[in-house]
Design a protein around this ligand. Sequence first.
Ligand SMILES: [Zn+2]
Length: 162
Amino acid sequence: MGIFGEENKPAASEGAVTLTKADLQTLLEAAVRAAKAPNALEQRELERQLEQDRRRSLAQVEFEKAEELAARRRSHGCTHRRHPLGSRYAGMSAPKGEGEWCTGRQIVGRIGEQIATLICMRCSYVWQFKPTNAEREYIESNGLLGFAPPPEETLVAQGVNL
Ligand SMILES: [Zn+2]
């Protein structure tokens, strides 16, 4: 059995231990209880991991919030315009109403409809809208650069991280 670690020792030499049946019963019950009890170390490790996972997902949420906020701030402060090539501040951010739109555009086909996407090349703000047939033809043959953001009523969606 080995529970008592006694089997290899000569029973008589160190004094034999006499157990009553009741003592033996108590010892066996204690041994069985100990074997069934959750391992304290494992339990602690499990709790530690759960706590770590919880913190990690909290950190992830915080990170995503901060990222979204930064993107919003970036696009909020962006006029989506730049000083034109050849001018003194070529390519740099231009105030509202000055310079040219620093936007690019493309047509994205969807089932049953076509959606055009205009994006600010500085802050990545995106406008998605339904182009008219004329707009679509124009975009398809003339490319993408420098379009003004579309009027609200044609917008399908707008924002950062679309
Ligand atoms: Zn912008």
